[in-house]
Design a protein around this ligand. Structure first.
Ligand code: NAI
Length: 700
């Protein structure tokens, strides 16, 4: 049962009951129309109430039906709302907690609405690249006025029911209940009070005008253009609401439908819907059931108070979890704490954090030089130098002092978590938590599952990731895990492009125009080119066959490590971050080409983008095949939340799907024929070749 029908004297109550948020799936929609029929057929019933069980009136569409034919199966939401409007007995929506999307549209179709205070009211479709598709753009302006309605539709943000009810002249809510608890009784009483009122009021019959007309919509369009950038939906929200002010209701409904359907097929909408689902999927681990017992994490210890240790600590302080930091020397501890303090103080100055909150957070932070002080912590995160010998000492010590059952995590970005686990006698308690810099800001957390990591440990860390508001993605153990393993291939392509004729700024501009937050060379200058240099030096001995451009090494030999040394691929003026193309670097690259006997060629932006993005895709296909990532959408989440991949393209895997995997593979064959590139790398990963052969995509 996803909608219940019950008669209370002369009022029939239809209660949506489709947990968790009473999504309007097919069975629920049927439940509503069945209930309406029963009530209209029952002479004893004089009025009808529609409400929601549990934690919501209704959160709107049922996400399980997203993109499936079931979403459109009759009765679809439009038909349900029509049936409500056509009821010969008054229908009262009794809304509480959540009335969003289709849920709000259903309420708008009812003859009357009574609301509990504290209800979140929204039309959030724009966040999925859509406009409301069941009359929201036509009815909401009629009850709230054009400006308030358009603000809600364009932003998709929730507004509290009591705030909306206080707007002068609003017709959204006919009555406010005293509380959520009293709503059921008050709704019954209200339904009785309107039982014999005729004609039944319909939102569709209300007028819809903005006094400024054209001028207002011109203004709204300009505002939205600046905000929406690469997304078409916000501008289309303005179009749809404008139609509501210009045309009759039914014509407006047709226009809304047409805009909705057209948006549905845009790559941007596909990307946003994909991300919505991918985010939910990432938290599910195929062999770790949702009810896996978790360990209680009430306190955290962090080893190393450097760049990462400080940022990592802030995540937990922000979530109200006490943190104890350990360092080798008092100066390092003092520096680490001062950095955290400075960070919070700047947030206070910018009005982002209240003084008392800042003090509360700092009060949760303590520091020590003695491992014995950590023994009671529920979890420890190591963020010391990236050297196996240093990690070994730390983990042997942790094994000695930490209480049984404590989770031992490493923030290593490249080292083998299985090896680290083997330094302890409790490998089941060891896991990788790979934060991204700045760790208090970046959304991504790669959770690295060792061969022996316990399922309860994994489940606990995933839940903890949620608590500190990260997007957590599980990765298996391999060099670089998901994100950095892929970025290495991307960086190699960047180098080859320089050898063949590009300048760093040409490469950066092309990929930034594609939508990346930052091109590979600006990113190198920000992160420090010495990090990549150290990795390459290791590779030269570990993988002597792996081909790299030498330009990055030449750059580092000049001491140009990036912003921190005032010079990298670009020049920097003292105290500024603007990347200025460097004549010295361009000459160095040209000189290097000459020494290799390469005649530079003009390379198109299209080739630059394809080589950079498809290098990610090919490596990702190998990562998927090896089971390092459990699904393609996890890889997309890594790139969207950790590497600045453009959101409107949905991540590298969805992008490849949209380009067509056949086309991607064709391009790879072309790149493999380039003698200056790496032919071996460009052999399509077996999984990719298989998908092409079967006519499939990464995200089926
Ligand atoms: P960092 O050099 O800024 O900080 C390391 C800190 O660890 C220093 O303050 C040092 O005094 C302390 N330390 C070293 N050995 C210690 C020991 N035996 N006991 C206690 N403290 C010790 O380094 P960073 O950048 O914070 O990196 C730390 C870890 O995080 C590394 O494994 C690195 O690969 C990883 N990582 C770094 C990222 C970055 O962007 N910097 C991103 C993701 C991971």
């Amino acid at each position: 049962m996803t909608a219940e029908y019950k008669v209370h004297g002369d009022v029939a109550v239809i209660t949506l009951n489709n947990p968790p948020v009473n999504g309007l799936g097919h069975a629920t929609r049927l439940g509503i129309t069945d209930g309406l029929s029963k009530a209209n057929d029952d002479a004893a019933v004089k009025a009808i109430v529609i409400t929601g069980a549990g934690k919501a009136f209704s959160g709107g569409a049922d996400i399980n039906e997203f993109g499936t034919p079931k979403a459109l199966q009759e009765p679809n939401l439009l038909s349900v709302i029509l049936a409500v409007e056509n009821s010969s007995k008054p229908v009262v929506a009794a809304v509480h907690s959540v009335a969003m999307g289709g849920g709000l549209e259903l309420a708008l179709g009812c003859h009357y609405r009574i609301a509990a205070p504290g209800c979140n009211v929204a039309l959030p479709e724009v966040k999925l690249g859509l406009i409301p598709g069941a009359g929201g753009t036509q009815r909401l302006p009629r009850v709230l006025g054009v400006e308030t309605a358009l603000n809600m539709i364009v932003s998709g943000e929730p507004v509290k029911s009591e705030m909306l009810a206080s707007l002068p002249g609003q017709k959204l809510f006919d009555k406010m209940a005293a509380s959520a608890e009293s709503l059921p009784e008050e709704a019954l009483a209200y339904a009785r009070s309107v039982a014999s009122a005729r004609p039944l009021p319909l939102v569709r019959n209300l007028p819809c005008k903005h006094p400024l007309g054209d001028a207002y919509f011109q203004f709204a369009r300009n505002m939205v253009k600046g905000m929406a950038k690469n997304f078409p939906a916000p501008g289309k929200c303005v179009d749809a609401v404008e139609v509501a002010t210009r045309q009759k209701f039914d014509a407006g409904m047709l226009a809304e439908r047409e805009i909705f359907i057209n948006l549905m097929w845009t790559p941007e909408c596909r990307a946003l819907r994909h991300v919505f689902m991918a985010e939910r999927a990432a938290s599910k681990i195929p062999d770790v059931p949702a009810d896996t017992p978790q360990r209680a994490i009430k306190s955290i210890a962090v080893i190393g108070a450097g760049t990462m240790g400080g940022g990592i600590s802030m995540n937990f302080l922000n979530a109200g979890i006490p943190v104890k930091m350990l360092e080798m020397k008092q100066e390092a501890l003092d520096r680490g704490i001062a950095t955290i303090r400075k960070n919070y103080e700047s947030q206070v100055k910018r009005g982002k954090l209240k003084q008392d909150k800042y003090e509360q957070r700092m009060a949760l932070l303590s520091a020590t030089l003695d491992y014995n002080d950590l023994k009671d912590a529920d979890m420890v995160i190591e963020a010391v130098f990236e050297e196996m010998s240093v990690k070994q000492k730390v983990f042997e010590k942790l094994d000695e002092v930490m209480k049984p059952g404590a989770i031992l995590a490493s923030n290593t970005s490249t080292l083998d978590v299985n090896k680290i686990a083997a330094f302890t006698k409790r490998p089941q308690d060891v896991i990788g938590t790979h934060f991204f810099s700045p760790a208090n800001v970046m959304k991504l957390l790669e959770v690295v599952r060792g061969a022996k990591t316990g399922k309860d440990v994994l489940a606990t860390v995933m839940a903890l990731g949620k608590k500190i508001k990260k997007t957590s993605v599980v990765s298996g153990v391999c060099d670089g895990f998901i994100g950095n393993r892929m970025i290495e291939q991307y960086g190699r392509q960047g180098g080859f492009l320089l050898d063949e004729g590009c300048t760093p700024s040409q490469v950066d501009k092309a990929i930034e125009k594609f939508g990346f937050a930052m091109g590979p060379f600006r990113m190198g200058d920000l992160a420090g080119n010495d990090i990549g240099w150290a990795i390459r030096k290791r590779r030269y001995t570990e993988k002597p066959d792996m081909k790299y451009s030498k330009t990055a090494d030449l750059l580092c030999e000049l001491g140009r490590f990036g912003q921190k040394t005032g010079a990298g691929w670009y020049d920097y003026q003292a105290g500024k971050r603007d990347a200025i193309p460097s004549k010295l670097v361009e000459d160095m690259i040209a000189e290097h080409r000459k020494s290799l006997g390469i005649t530079p060629r003009k390379i198109s932006d299209e080739e630059i983008v394809q080589r950079l993005v498809y290098s990610l895709v090919n490596e990702a296909a190998r990562i998927l095949e090896e089971g390092i990532a459990s699904r393609a959408s996890d890889i997309d989440m890594v790139y969207l939340t950790g590497y600045g991949f453009p959101l409107w393209r949905g991540g590298p895997m969805l992008y490849a799907d949209q380009v067509g995997l056949f086309n991607v593979v064709q391009a790879m064959h072309r790149f493999a024929r380039n003698p200056l590139d790496d032919a071996k790398f460009w052999q399509p990963a077996p999984l990719l070749a298989k998908l092409v052969a079967e006519g499939k995509t990464f995200n089926q």
